[in-house]
Design a protein around this ligand. Structure first.
Ligand code: TRP
Length: 513
């Protein structure tokens, strides 16, 4: 069976693939943006608590589930909890599909900037769509807004989709090849950027800024919410990815060791990215806006533009780093979708890959459409970006947490968690005690429920999210996007789960469970 579904050639291949999935755009810029917003080093406290209390336990759970069932996420859930659990599994996959679709659009923009960093990105230019005085925006900002207001961005998006499809075409074999190249290169490029950052005059001072904690922020519920939902995103949890990747592992894999290695690699990367960018920002007195997109496309490039030499080279390194980190993340979900469909419908990999690519590319193009509706720029500038923001609001803000909650409920309450725990312990050096049950059954669900409740309350108390946006399209769009999200994540999963499952060539699992 392993041969049919594919399996990792080595443990290293798996670790590189799983850490490649975890290390993505979020790690490179998000941490710096948030650490700056939420009191420098003090952000580490909620962050580390989120890592140990929620992140690592859920990763162990997802790895264990994949190895136990040897199926991609929805089928794996179906095997431990029947049709209802399968619906929850597809919910996770479709919710993550939405995230992947706009994540690939962002990667298309990264690709455009990579090409731009060979020259035009650093040169002053006129902002085509608006009459702003020269010098009102940095060169990188002008380049970015000009780029996303042109139709040719769609071309970059299609190219990134093609990269994704090529990497997953041969399943684990091709993914393993890609991650063996991209992940080490990613680390290398990050190290180059740190050395550059720290050797800038005053670069070290930036690090002090990062480590001068303002503990008062810990009273702010938003900080905790930020840390916990980011932990899901950064570790690729609630996407169904880790279960799918673990389903290709051999019988004797150590889930706890693997989960610790992947989480530490992920958080280590995030940490050193913080060092690189804080030194750079401090040296050039740039105040980071706490948004991942502006860090990526405006703030860091602006810093690089100030370098005394090698602007083009360091610019290319930065955008290549983003592209590699993003690709190894996006392929993990494209693989999770393909593998889920193959496990459910027994389709061929080639056809499934083409189908997923064909449908997905239209979605990513929709996010890249160059309709400039908001010349204020503060709230992002284009319909594409507003749409992206709205989908992100539901799929990232709520969807990932809901997927994690459903996982804990099905595995913790509706399935005999002790069986899974014993299965994980059998091949692990570190043994999970009964405390693990308490975490999965009570602690994590209570944390997730509190965050969700706080978010819903905020949604109603403060304002309808859409009305905070500058353009009139948004309040309506806000509801439309919500409905689309519901249809994609609930109606389609219910329908798929009720489709009859073609008999698997191998039904050992069904009988052995
Ligand atoms: N962990 C990634 C990050 O920090 C996010 C991610 C992982 C992702 N897999 C993905 C995003 C698949 C979109 C699609 O950036």
């Amino acid at each position: 069976m392993n041969g049919e579904r594919g399996s990792w050639g080595s443990r290293l291949g798996f670790i590189l693939a799983a850490s490649g999935s975890a290390i993505g755009l979020g790690n490179i810029v998000f941490f710096s943006a948030n650490a700056y917003k939420y009191g420098g080093g003090a952000f580490y406290v909620p962050y580390l608590i989120a890592l140990f209390v929620v992140g690592m336990p859920i990763m162990v759970l997802e790895f264990g589930l994949g190895r136990y069932t040897r199926r991609a996420f929805p089928e794996a859930m179906a095997q431990v909890g029947g049709t209802r659990a399968e619906i929850a599994g597809w919910f996770g996959i479709f919710n993550a599909t939405i995230i992947t679709i706009y994540y690939i659009t962002i990667l298309g923009w990264v690709f455009g900037c990579l090409i731009g960093s060979l020259g035009p990105l650093w040169k002053p230019a006129q902002l085509e769509a608006f009459n702003l005085p020269a010098g009102a925006l940095s060169n990188a900002m002008v380049f970015f807004f000009n780029m996303i207001s042109r139709i040719d961005t769609v071309f970059w998006v299609i190219i990134v989709w093609i990269f994704n499809l090529i990497i997953v075409l041969k399943g684990t074999r091709s993914i393993e090849k890609a991650v063996k190249l991209f992940v080490p290169l990613m680390w290398l490029m990050m190290i180059v950027l740190i050395v550059r950052g720290l050797t800038l005059e005053n670069g070290i001072q930036g690090i002090f800024l990062l480590f001068t904690p303002d503990f008062s922020i810990m009273r702010d519920a938003e900080v905790w919410k930020g840390a916990f939902s980011q932990m899901f995103f950064t570790l690729s949890l609630g996407f169904g990815i880790m279960t799918t990747y673990a389903s290709y592992l051999p019988d004797d894999a150590d889930d706890i060791n693997n989960a610790s290695t992947v989480s530490f690699m992920n958080c280590g990367f995030e940490f050193i990215a913080g060092l690189a960018f804080f030194s750079l920002l401090f040296t050039f007195s740039i105040i980071p806006k706490a948004s991942t997109l502006s860090m990526m496309f405006f703030v860091v490039p602006e810093g690089i533009a100030h370098f005394p030499f090698g602007v083009m080279i360091f610019g290319c390194i930065f955008f290549l780093l983003l592209l590699f980190a993003g690709l190894t993340s996006s392929v993990s979900l494209v693989e999770a979708i393909i593998s889920s469909l193959i496990d459910k419908f027994n389709w061929s990999r080639f056809r499934t890959t083409l189908l997923v690519g064909f449908l997905g590319v239209w979605g990513s193009i929709a996010f890249a459409l160059p309709q400039v509706v908001d010349p204020g720029l503060d709230s992002n500038g284009t319909l594409g970006l507003s749409l992206l923001d709205l989908f992100d609001h539901w799929a990232f803000g709520y969807g990932l947490l809901i997927a994690g909650l459903l996982e804990c409920i099905f595995l913790g309450w509706l399935f005999d968690l002790d069986t899974l725990r014993a299965f994980i312990n059998k091949t692990s050096w570190f043994k999970l005690g009964r405390w693990f049950n308490i975490l999965v059954r009570y602690v994590i669900p209570i944390i997730i429920l509190s965050i969700l409740a706080a978010s819903v309350l905020e949604e109603y108390q403060l304002k309808l999210y859409g009305s905070t946006m500058n353009n009139t399209l948004c309040p309506k769009l806000y509801l439309i996007v919500f409905l689309i999200w519901l249809v994609i994540c609930i109606l389609i999963p219910i329908t798929i789960s009720h489709c009859r499952r073609p008999r698997h060539r191998d039904n050992q699992i069904e009988t052995s469970l």
